[in-house]
Design a protein around this ligand. Structure first.
Ligand code: SAH
Length: 254
């Protein structure tokens, strides 16, 4: 009896940013698995089982989910933002590829969610309006030299750059290095956005520049958007600030 598994994106925090399809899928699952604080965002339902876990155990959690699904359950694995962006969907597919062969028969679906960068961008205007790339600064799962190589290429390519996982207690210096690297390619007045806890009650959005960007202002619940050479900061009225990247771009020599 092979069951089903859905990997469901919960959006960045606020209930209204959970899609109707995600809500429907969560309501029909028999079992929910995920990082405990994310599970806490899902309304309780009688008869539904919940398995909360630590954030670092992605593959363990993925295997547990597949094991439950293969026994006939409808399992929902919850993820923040979009489950395919630095999140559980890849872990589930990796566990499926490398695990028990019966797991390949499970019907797995990915239910997209609103990634935090989309809401952060919406708060300030349209900084992602042209070519952009997204880099995780975490070197838990990849060597720091690879992060540097990708940052260098993104900076030289004049992409708007979104940084996920910019900083944590265990990784205090990486963001400073990353910003210095990017500053070698970009004007010091380039707009930079620090978006903390987007759509949650302690949301804080700071618009600054590459010159003034202070790594101290980032933590695990922050993402950072660094403009390209085309990204504009516009002051409207007295003090309303809008950041956008135009729909057209010019060739800027690195
Ligand atoms: N799948 C998630 C990303 C998970 S990686 C998504 O699509 O949004 C975890 C990183 O995402 C955090 O370190 C932070 O950089 C970013 N992030 C997640 N939720 C956030 C929020 N509400 N506000 C700001 N950044 C957030």
């Amino acid at each position: 009896m092979t069951g089903r598994l859905a990997i469901v994106g919960l959006g960045p925090g606020a209930a209204e940013l959970i899609t109707p399809l995600a809500a429907e899928t969560l309501a029909s699952a028999t079992d929910l698995i995920g990082y405990a604080p994310y599970l806490a965002r899902v309304p309780e339902r009688a008869g539904q089982r919940r398995y909360g876990s630590d954030n670092r155990e992605e593959l363990v959690r993925a295997r547990q989910a597949l094991g439950l699904a293969v026994s006939g359950k409808f399992v929902a694995v919850v993820s923040s933002g979009d489950p395919g962006v630095f999140a559980m969907a890849s872990a589930v597919f990796e566990a499926m590829e490398t695990g028990n062969s019966s797991w390949k028969d499970i019907e797995v679906t990915v239910v997209p969610g609103v990634s935090a960068m989309l809401v952060a961008a919406a708060r300030v205007g349209a900084p992602l309006g042209h070519d952009f790339c997204v880099i995780s600064l975490s070197d838990n799962l990849k060597p720091w030299h690879l992060v540097l190589r990708r940052l260098e290429a993104a900076a030289a390519g004049d992409f708007v750059i979104v940084l996920y996982n910019p900083s944590s207690n265990a990784r205090p210096w990486q963001l400073g290095d990353a910003l210095r690297l990017i500053a070698r390619h970009r004007a010091s007045a380039t707009p930079v956005i620090f978006a903390h806890a987007v759509s949650q009650k302690d949301e804080r959005i700071d618009i600054t520049t590459l010159r003034d960007a202070d790594p101290v202002n980032a933590d695990m619940r922050t993402l950072i958007i660094i403009g390209s050479s085309a990204t504009r900061l516009v002051i409207c009225g007295k003090d309303r600030r809008i950041v956008y990247t135009p729909r057209h771009a010019e060739l800027v020599e690195p």
